[in-house]
Write a protein that binds this ligand. Structure first.
Ligand code: ZN
Length: 130
């Protein structure tokens, strides 16, 4: 699992559950152990201020602060290889699941489609009348 997915799961647990049961606490602890401390630290600081640490990205916009992401940052979020922070609200950014799915479907389709030969344009050459 990617760190951002662990964070999201942690947030879901901690945000929704006011008084976690023993089983939920165990799960929270297990998640926290898998997340690198600096990332967890930043997440905790946001949560302590009563803010969600993670914001979904939809149509290139951070849903936490409704600011449009810079195109370079958005490209990073789309790649999903590294953890990205919103430049405006400092939340961790996570591509909305339906957008990730759409992107993966598009990728699968383009992989299936065979490269088309460039269509030849232009009219057939006229044979020169002699
Ligand atoms: Zn933001």
């Amino acid at each position: 699992m990617r760190t951002i997915e662990l964070l999201l799961e942690l947030q879901d647990l901690e945000w929704a559950v006011k008084s976690p049961s023993a089983a939920e606490k165990k799960k929270i602890d297990a998640l926290r152990k898998q997340i690198p401390p600096p990332i967890l630290g930043h997440y905790d600081r946001l949560m302590q201020r009563g803010r969600k640490g993670i914001a979904l990205v939809r149509h290139g916009v951070c849903t936490g602060c409704r600011m449009r992401l810079a195109s370079g940052l958005y490209a990073q979020v789309l790649r999903g290889e590294e953890i990205c922070l919103c430049e405006n609200c400092a939340r961790y950014l996570f591509l909305a699941p339906e957008e990730r799915q759409a992107m993966e479907e598009a990728k699968a389709q383009s992989a299936e489609a065979k490269p088309k030969a460039a269509k030849k344009r232009g009219r057939p050459r006229k044979t020169e009348a002699s």
